[in-house]
Design a protein around this ligand. Structure first.
Ligand SMILES: [Zn+2]
Length: 262
């Protein structure tokens, strides 16, 4: 059985001391591919270095909306330059975050649109972060995805929207990605939303070091535990874990590395 953690942060300081051990545990669990996601220039560069050094690791680069105001224009220039150098499988995580009130919405939307334009220019898929901002996120994507040829090339990571949001994103041609949050006892609505998304349009992720699944709740999360998200998806869709692992892995390979065979 093979798993693909479509959204991890082995490139953040939480994994500084024992990154290679975490990677070894992931491989032992059957997690053969991991996309490490950048949130600023330094973490994006490290994600790319890791992808060069280790088999099965992919990298993405972006300036996260939470840092749009603090780091601002000079950081965006660095991130855009890194992406143009190459070595990345995706642009992200970009998007809108109105939960943490770190940057004005107009600034976040402008930066989001610039990431989408660069993704079109570089023919890369996009990892979208959206928290408490689905109305504006849907509006931006409804405008940008058709004109930038991004159908099948956008994933809403750690999806937290409603069933109606999910249907709107699916209609635009986006994929949705789910974490170990699905294993939390009180996550009834998240499970109902995930059950309504076809497995063919679903990715699995950890978003580690955050959001450890119920069995590890309160501890640091890591890519090995993507098996918990896949197990939850299998249960929701009434298929075996093997089947859910195969489908979510194939989806992620097609999304991040369309030239590669599974
Ligand atoms: Zn993330």
């Amino acid at each position: 059985m093979e798993f693909f953690d479509s959204h991890a942060h082995l490139n953040l300081p939480e994994f500084g001391p024992d990154r290679s051990e975490a990677l070894a545990r992931a491989r032992a669990a059957g997690v053969t591919r991991i996309t490490n996601v950048g949130v600023d220039a330094a973490s994006s560069r490290l994600a790319r270095d890791l992808a060069r050094d280790e088999a099965g690791l992919l990298a993405s680069a972006a300036l996260h909306p939470n840092y749009a105001a603090d780091l601002g224009e000079p950081e965006w220039v660095c991130v855009a330059a890194l992406l143009r150098e190459g070595g990345f499988a995706a642009v992200g995580e970009t998007g809108l975050d109105y939960y943490r009130d770190h940057a004005p919405p107009e600034l976040q939307q402008d930066l989001f649109r610039r990431h989408l334009a660069l993704a079109e220019e570089l023919s890369l898929p996009v990892i979208v972060h959206c928290r408490n901002a689905h109305a504006d996120c849907r509006a931006v994507l409804a405008e940008e995805m058709p004109r930038r040829n991004l159908a099948d090339r956008v994933v809403l990571h750690c999806f937290s929207g409603t069933g109606e949001d999910a249907r709107a994103y699916l209609a635009l041609g986006a994929l949705l990605s789910f974490t170990g949050v699905l294993t939390f006892p009180n996550a009834h609505s998240a499970r109902a939303v995930a059950a309504g998304v076809p497995l063919a349009r679903t990715l699995a992720e950890t978003d580690c070091p955050w959001l450890a699944p119920q069995a590890r709740r309160g501890k640091r999360n890591e890519p090995a535990y993507v098996t918990h998200a896949v197990g939850a998806l299998a249960g929701l869709h009434g298929v075996s874990v093997e089947e859910a692992a195969r489908i979510t892995t194939e989806n992620a390979v097609r999304f991040f590395a369309p030239g590669e065979q599974t």
